[in-house]
Design a protein around this ligand. Structure first.
Ligand code: GRF
Length: 187
């Protein structure tokens, strides 16, 4: 099996990146992580890329050239999948169109509920009975592309933002790899 060259975009801790790196070492897991891109030079996830000897690039999204520079990099590494793992910027329509291949994102809620930031706070405020995570295709609207997989858990008495985050992230570590397997199941 030829593994698909993948680029992971991050902005923060990179625990999903770390998890994907580990999973990608399994012999029949469909991707290999060739490149990490961060829009934040202080993202702790960059150290994870370094530790694993994966090339990483820091992009300056304020520069008017950054989209083209990023596209050039993606071409150079022959990337056919982008995984957004805690990447805190919206990709433009132009970028998505020009890349022209699969882009997926992980979001810590049961979309279409709670798009955007501060999801756990809002889940508690709305007194939801369950929550979870979603992996979906990316389009130019925030957290709105076609859903690939969702995983959920029941919210119990005593849950707070911290426990919801912990439980959601634990689910993310199985949901993201499973979504990737689904993407390539028939190829
Ligand atoms: C994850 O909870 C993901 O759902 C959200 O950002 C968080 C990233 O965490 N989009 P990490 O950087 O992978 O630890």
């Amino acid at each position: 099996m030829v593994k698909k060259n993948t680029c992971v975009f991050i902005s923060g801790k990179g625990t999903n990146l770390n998890n994907l790196i580990i999973k990608s070492r399994i012999y029949n897991f469909p991707i290999k992580i060739k490149l990490v891109i961060s829009n934040n030079r202080k993202a702790p996830g960059i150290d994870i890329a370094k530790k694993n000897s994966i090339p990483f690039y820091i992009i300056n999204t304020k520069s008017r050239y950054f989209e083209n520079q990023t596209l050039t990099l993606l071409k150079k590494y022959n990337i056919s999948l982008i995984c957004l793992a805690g990447y805190m910027k919206i990709l433009s329509k132009n970028f998505i169109f020009k890349f022209g291949k699969k882009i997926i994102n992980i979001h810590p809620s049961l979309l279409p509920k709670f798009k955007g930031l501060n999801t756990f706070e809002r889940v508690i405020d709305k007194k939801e009975s369950k929550t979870g995570c979603t992996v979906h295709f990316v389009n130019d609207r925030l957290d709105s592309g076609k859903i690939i997989i969702q995983k959920y858990f029941d919210i119990v008495k005593g849950d707070n933002e911290k426990t919801l985050k912990f439980k959601t992230q634990r689910l993310e570590y199985s949901a993201f790899p499973e979504a990737i397997i689904r993407l390539y199941r028939h190829t």
